[in-house]
Design a binder for this molecule. Structure first.
Ligand SMILES: Nc1ncnc2c1ncn2[C@@H]1O[C@H](COP(=O)(O)OP(=O)(O)OP(=O)(O)O)[C@@H](O)[C@H]1O
Ligand SMILES: [Mg+2]
Length: 397
């Protein structure tokens, strides 16, 4: 039976990961492989060669694990290298009927307006169409209009960062098929219609950065980023308890910030190799204020939308694995806070490892790419953002 393969890559501050979507007529399956990040810190490339060497290692390991050759791939642009904006495009039609071609022209106008030497257009979503400066419509096709105005949500990416990421990929033997904004990829494919309709904010809590997206009445309206991730929790524990980064990471993963059983203890080695007893209470005293600080940062970003996000906040990314984090966010933000569930929209089987929320971005890209390809096959508009991005960078062929 013919099998198709799609690949995606997320170069994060904590880990590099590669995912494969294997599909045949009967089923689809996702596999993921990850290794520690090198040369990228807080969403910035700080050592090009180290990042390239680590990516080459990741590819080698993943090819062995997946038993495939990896070539064409979708890649994420981390959240702090992306931004969103709302913009309008307009056409005068002299009482003609609105057709598919009208929407294509409006879309092209929007892409043109949002593109520059500094900014790439990563994603464009129509929010509505206004006929003759009066009522707004979701689908204006078939209506007669003198003037049509379209409003779009646009996600842009930092062009110089994107070019460097593409260069790292090319020099590691990969051809970049498409670029995705991380906050979009990590959230959109997993959101149900109900969540989007109720309004929801999603936060992808990474190691060095955190990024998010807000949906109101089914549409994305704003992306945001926070200059902090949950690596700061590890750092605080390491300093506060005089223990190594590795020991601090172990304690963070074991207890997190779950307030139950504060009298629990653990014996670990301090930085001088001496045995040390640490109480959970002490760990909580360090971690809880830091998480409250992250939640307060987030409050500033989402406060003006709070009343419209009935489904509250959904947490994803590796940082959302810190136990009890959603309860602290809930107490600080005073909106429902839950963990994002990684469910394939078509119900395809996800292996256990792919359920980890640290992989929401890399898996989300696979699902978006699959949908994009289906849409392109069914559409006459071959000049989508995907197609446009294909011509942006030179790649190894
Ligand atoms: N099981 C776990 N328990 C607690 N924390 C975890 C767990 N798994 C991952 N983390 C934390 O999640 C963070 C890494 O998240 P993630 O893998 O999403 O980051 P990244 O995508 O590499 O980084 P960034 O998005 O900042 O570029 C680290 O702080 C890590 O300690
Ligand atoms: Mg990330």
């Amino acid at each position: 039976m013919t099998e198709t393969h799609g690949y995606s890559l997320d170069l994060g501050s904590s880990k590099f990961c590669l995912a494969l979507l294997r599909s045949n007529r009967k089923k689809s399956e996702i596999e993921v492989h990850a290794c520690p990040s090198k040369g990228i810190r807080h969403g910035r490339i700080v050592d090009f060669s180290a990042a390239k060497d680590q990516l080459s290692l990741l590819i080698e390991q993943a090819e062995h694990k997946f038993n495939t050759d990896i070539y064409e791939i979708s890649v994420s642009i981390t959240g702090n290298n992306t931004n969103s904006l709302l913009l309008e495009a307009e056409l005068h039609l002299e009482n003609q009927q609105v057709e598919n071609a009208t929407l294509v022209s409006l879309y092209k106008q929007a892409v043109e307006k949002a593109s520059s030497t500094e900014k790439l257009v990563l994603h464009v979503a129509p929010l509505g169409f206004q006929i003759n400066g009066e009522a707004w419509y979701e689908n204006p096709i078939g209506m007669r209009a003198n003037k049509i105005t379209a409003r779009y949500f646009v996600l842009q990416g930092n062009a110089s960062y994107a070019k460097e990421i593409v260069r790292i990929c090319n020099e590691s033997g990969l051809k970049v098929e498409n670029l995705y904004a991380a906050p979009f990829a990590a959230s959109t494919p997993f959101l149900t219609h109900t969540l989007k309709k109720m309004g929801v904010a999603i936060l992808d809590l990474g190691g060095g950065t955190s990024t998010g997206l807000i949906y109101i009445q089914e549409k994305p309206v704003e992306s945001f980023s926070l200059p902090i991730g949950t690596d700061t929790l590890t750092h605080d524990l390491s300093i506060g308890l005089s223990i190594s980064h590795e020991e601090a990471e172990k304690i963070k993963n074991l207890w997190g910030a779950e307030a139950e059983n504060p009298s629990e203890i653990i014996e670990i080695l301090d930085i001088h190799g001496k045995k040390k007893v640490v109480t959970k209470e002490k760990v909580l005293r360090i971690l809880i204020p830091r998480i409250q600080e992250i939640a307060a940062f987030l409050e500033k970003k989402i406060s003006r939308h709070k009343i419209q996000i009935g489904a509250g906040l959904l947490l994803t990314g590796g940082g959302s694995e810190v136990k009890g984090i959603e309860k602290i966010c809930n107490a600080t933000l005073k909106i429902p806070c839950n963990l994002l569930k990684l469910i394939h929209p078509d119900g395809a089987l996800l292996t256990k490892e792919t359920h980890q929320r640290a992989f929401s971005c890399v898996i989300g890209m696979l699902l978006l790419e699959e949908k994009n390809k289906k849409d392109l096959r069914n559409s006459t508009n071959k000049s989508s953002t995907t197609q446009r991005l294909l011509s942006l960078f030179s790649r190894k062929s």
